[in-house]
Write a new protein. Structure first.
Length: 63
């Protein structure tokens, strides 16, 4: 995962987090947890075509 270095104070970081909406907070949470690492790895697998995602038709075609 890319790293960004910046000189932000704790107060600035707190203000940024307080200004986030729910979706942004959920994204931040995912980025900071193991679950986020797993999702990032899955995304890379899809982008590098190491795995094939099922289409909507493949999932719901129950003949």
């Amino acid at each position: 995962m890319p790293e960004v270095m910046d000189n932000l104070s704790i107060q600035q970081i707190a203000k940024l987090i307080q200004a986030m909406n729910r979706q942004e907070l959920e994204t931040l949470y995912l980025l900071l947890t193991e679950e986020g690492k797993e999702l990032f790895n899955r995304k890379q697998d899809v982008e590098e075509r190491r795995i094939h995602l099922l289409s909507r038709e493949e999932v719901f075609n129950v003949s």
